[in-house]
Design a protein around this ligand. Structure first.
Ligand code: DGL
Length: 272
C-alpha cells in the first residue's frame, strides 16, 4: 500500500444517482471525511450492459479517482461490484483501499437472517451474475430467490420516485411469484433505497427490507480505522463529477445534499 493520509478523499462511484444513497450514509456516519462522487451518467444503466463493458467503466473510473488522490474507492453499485470488484482488487489493492456493496450485505444477512427466506431484487446484470446466491451459499444459506427489476432505475433517475407510477411498478414487481412468502428483501441495487418506503408500505412492514447504505458506511469506517486513515476533525468538502450532465441527476442529488451541490462534467472516456 502506498503512503496514504487521512485528509485524502474517499472516492465513490455508480452509474448515476444510486450511489448517492451510499455516499450520503458515509457522510452521515463520517462527517469529517472529504468525498469525491462520480456518476457515470453517460453509460447508465449499467444493469443492461455486458459484464466486460462494466469492468471497463469501473476500471477507468477507479483510475480517475486514484488520480484525484483518493485514499479509498467505494464501488457504490451492485452491478459494478458483481462484474468488476475482483478485477479492481487485483489491479488497485496495493495502491488504495477498496470497498464494495455486496460483501457487507452478505455478511449482514449471514449474521442476522441466515434461517430466513430471502428475496433479492436488482438489475439484470446483478441477477444474471448470481452473486448473492453464490456468496450466501458459501455460508449454507440456500433459500434465496432473485428477481430482476430493471425499470426501477429509470424511474428513480428521472426523479419519479414519488409518482404513483413508481408505486404501481413496485407493486407489480413485489407481487411476482419469485418473491412469495419471503421474510427479508435485499435491495441489491443502490438506487432502490430511494423507493424503500414504498416497498415497506407494500409489505405493511411484515417483510424486513434491507439496503446496503449504512452497512457499507460501517464497512468504510472499519476499513479506514484499521488502516489509521479516519479523518476525525475539520470541515469536509464534497465534489461531484458526472460523465454527462443531466438536470435529473442534479435534482435527485439535491434531495441529498441541498442546493449547494455543484456538478462538474468530466467525460473521462474522451480523454487521451
Ligand atoms: N445502482 C446500480 C446498482 O447498484 C446500477 C443501476 C444501473 O445503472 O443499472 O446496481
Amino acid at each position: 500500500m502506498q503512503d496514504l493520509s487521512a485528509n485524502q478523499p474517499i472516492g465513490i462511484f455508480d452509474s448515476g444517482v444510486g450511489g448517492l444513497t451510499v455516499a450520503n450514509a458515509i457522510c452521515k456516519l463520517l462527517p469529517h471525511e472529504n468525498t469525491i462522487y462520480f456518476g457515470d451518467t453517460i453509460h447508465l444503466p449499467y444493469g443492461d450492459k455486458s459484464s466486460d463493458a462494466v469492468k471497463n467503466y469501473a476500471t477507468k473510473i477507479t483510475k480517475f479517482l486514484i488520480e484525484k488522490q483518493c485514499k479509498m474507492v467505494v464501488v457504490a453499485c451492485n452491478t459494478a461490484s458483481a462484474a468488476a470488484f475482483e478485477i479492481l482488487k487485483k489491479q488497485f489493492e496495493d495502491k488504495i483501499l477498496l470497498v464494495d456493496v455486496i460483501e457487507p450485505m452478505v455478511q449482514y444477512v449471514k449474521k442476522n437472517f441466515s434461517d430466513k427466506k430471502i428475496g433479492v431484487i436488482a438489475t439484470k446484470g446483478t441477477i444474471a451474475s448470481g452473486v448473492y446466491e453464490k456468496k450466501l451459499a458459501e455460508f449454507g444459506i440456500h433459500d434465496v430467490h432473485s428477481l430482476a427489476t430493471p425499470l426501477l432505475v429509470h424511474l428513480i433517475e428521472e426523479g419519479f420516485s414519488r409518482h404513483t407510477g413508481s408505486q404501481l411498478l413496485v407493486h407489480e414487481y413485489l407481487h411476482h411469484p419469485q418473491l412469495r412468502k419471503i421474510a427479508v428483501l435485499v435491495l441489491a441495487c443502490t438506487h432502490y433505497p430511494i423507493l424503500k418506503n414504498t416497498m415497506e408500505e407494500f409489505y405493511h412492514n411484515e417483510v424486513k427490507v434491507l439496503d446496503s447504505t449504512e452497512i457499507t458506511a460501517i464497512e468504510v469506517q472499519q476499513k479506514l480505522a484499521e488502516n489509521n486513515l479516519l479523518r476525525t476533525n475539520g470541515e469536509a468538502t464534497h465534489r461531484f463529477y458526472v460523465s454527462d450532465y443531466t438536470v435529473a441527476f442534479e435534482q435527485v442529488a439535491q434531495l441529498f445534499y441541498g442546493d449547494k451541490i455543484h456538478l462538474q462534467k468530466q467525460n473521462i472516456w474522451n480523454e487521451g
